[in-house]
Design a protein around this ligand. Structure first.
Ligand code: F6P
Length: 546
């Protein structure tokens, strides 16, 4: 049995969970009139209410003891100090330095990383200003109106999610587009809508070796050259964001048009680096820096707040509580409104690529569950789709409800209706509806005894589904920055408890390798090379391949 499971704090939590599992959330509120005030925190402009989680003050006390035993805050300090906490890749983890707006020196290998970070920020500002002010023009002298980010995973999801969230802050009549998938329809359909004379491609890849990104970038390059007919046009329409200068130059992009970052920035933590260039092109560099400010405010809170007041610590521990002690397998992310509609996909990578691990830092296979399946989608849409399972399914599903209180686009009562729905769902998931209440309702509406006996059980909702509600005044760059940083640190905390490396991603390599081996076989039969199922699927493909 692992040391974690054997630890006194873990064992105490196991015992505590046996009691807690029998207590309904409604009873927790009935038993503690101050609960709604006790389990709430306001940090960096976010109001976070976790009173509807199935916790008590005792639960938090035991979870904090576990965090103490697992040295979570020592590991946090190590991260902020530039220690190589990503041990399997022997790298520091310093996305917090990218938004270190106070410029406190942060050392990696004894060298302050802030001057280089600030230098890239200055270059990003010079470049985005030149584009916005019409000093950077396309090859035929036209202004740039469309930015296309070509990247995948961390080089796509963050900028894409933020541009969508902050569309009300878009400036300079700039449109932002994103191409990630290798599927030919994705790039073909987008290019059909664009004018090459006014299009700027940002090829974003930390490694600059990712198959999908490089292939799409070459396709875009050919499309541009079909229009321009001259290689020199590439310099006016392509810039790169990468850590790999040699590969960028090999692609044909001048290093002068490359924005760098560093190996201590994980792909899924990179939107704060030059990977955020499409954001800066879309909302302006001031807006991008406001995003960094919001994240920095959350970083400072995480770095300095005592354990009992530390919000990312608390939420990360609640995630551990739900997964390891209450048996939850997933976390539903439910942003209300469409602006944060891409947040679930973003957090899927952030959480699942970080904490989807089964070997601990000492190389031992773990004997406890680690990262949950993260999923979700925007409300109210989800209410008319998958929420049924949350209300009446058999699984415990913790969820996060997230909303900006005011909208940039008020129309009648629509924002009030949006918020009312959010509150109704968190309430319904918590309280449910008892058999007695259902029967009374049915009687009141005139149903006969037979119908009531037959139908009432189907209308019962047990409630007791835990949720956290995150509200903020408006969808500003600061609020979105703080929100994303809150999740990043929460993921860190859970990973630290689980004693895993949250910053590597070896699992994705196997699929990449196999895709390389299979590519030749898709076009040409090579029987006997693969497993029987793959061979059979290849045969089907060959029958229809032209
Ligand atoms: O395949 C997974 C992954 O390595 C992610 O971690 C990363 O965000 C993505 O691919 C893209 O990688 P790159 O930025 O190097 O193209």
């Amino acid at each position: 049995m692992s040391q974690l499971i054997q630890s006194a704090a873990w064992q105490a939590l196991e015992t505590h969970a046996q009691t807690q599992k029998r207590i309904h959330l409604a009873d927790l509120f009935d038993g503690n009139p101050g609960r709604a005030q006790a389990f709430v925190s306001s940090v960096a402009g976010l109001h976070v209410d976790y009173s509807k989680q199935r916790i008590t003050p005792e639960t938090l006390k035991l979870l904090r003891q576990l965090a103490n035993d697992q040295d979570v805050l020592t590991r946090r300090d190590a991260m902020f100090e530039g220690a190589r906490i990503n041990t399997t890749e022997n790298r520091a983890v310093l996305h917090v330095a990218l938004r270190n707006r106070g410029n406190r020196p942060i050392l990696a290998d004894g060298k302050d990383v802030m001057p280089e970070i600030n230098d890239v920020l200055r270059r990003m500002r010079r470049f985005t200003d030149a584009v916005h002010e019409g000093r950077w023009l396309g090859c035929s002298g036209e202004r740039i109106t469309d930015v296309v980010n070509i990247g995948i995973g961390g080089s796509d999801l963050g900028p894409r999610m933020i541009c969508h969230a902050l569309a009300s802050h878009a400036q300079y009549d700039m449109r932002a587009h994103f191409i990630a998938n290798i599927a030919p329809s994705e790039i073909a359909n987008l290019l059909k809508t664009l004018d090459p004379a006014r299009t700027l491609f940002v090829v974003a890849s930390k490694t600059f070796t990712t198959q999908e990104t490089l292939t799409n970038a070459h396709t875009a390059r050919r499309w541009l050259l079909d229009f321009a007919g001259d290689e020199t046009a590439v310099a006016k329409h392509f810039v790169a964001v990468s850590t790999n200068r040699a590969e960028v130059e090999a692609f044909g992009i001048d290093a002068e048009h490359m924005f760098g970052f560093w190996d201590w920035v994980g792909g899924r933590y990179s939107l704060w680096s030059a990977i955020g260039l499409p954001i800066a092109l879309y909302i302006g560099m001031d807006g991008f820096e406001r995003l960094l400010e919001g994240a920095h405010a959350m970083d400072e809170h995480f770095r300095t707040a005592p354990a009992a007041e530390n919000l990312p610590l608390t939420l990360g521990l609640i995630d551990v509580w739900n997964s390891n002690f209450l048996g939850a397998e997933t976390l539903a992310v439910l942003p209300y409104g469409t602006r944060l509609g891409r947040l679930p996909a973003y957090l899927q990578q952030a959480s699942m690529e970080s904490n989807g691990k089964s070997v601990d830092l000492d190389g031992h296979r773990v004997d406890y569950v680690t990262g949950p399946v993260v999923w979700g989608g925007p409300g109210t849409n989800g209410q008319h789709a998958f929420y049924q399972l949350l209300h009446q399914g058999t699984r415990l599903i913790p969820s996060d409800f997230i909303a900006a209180i005011r909208t940039h686009t008020p129309i009648g009562d629509q924002q009030a209706m949006l918020l009312a729905n959010l509150l109704a769902q968190t309430r319904a998931l918590m309280l449910g509806r008892s058999l007695e209440a259902v029967k009374q309702e049915m009687q009141a509406s005139g149903a006969d005894a037979d119908t009531i006996a037959r139908i009432a059980p189907h209308r019962v909702c047990l409630g007791n589904q835990p949720s956290t509600t995150i509200l903020f005044p408006q969808m500003t760059p600061e609020a979105v920055g703080a929100l994303v940083a809150l999740y990043e640190h929460r993921i860190f905390v859970a990973g630290a408890i689980w004693h895993i490396d949250s910053y590597d991603q070896w699992g994705v390599e196997l699929g990449k390798q196999m895709a390389g081996e299979l590519l030749p076989a898709v076009g040409h039969a090579a029987p006997g090379t693969f497993d029987a199922s793959t061979e059979a699927l290849l045969q089907t493909i060959h029958q229809h391949w032209v």
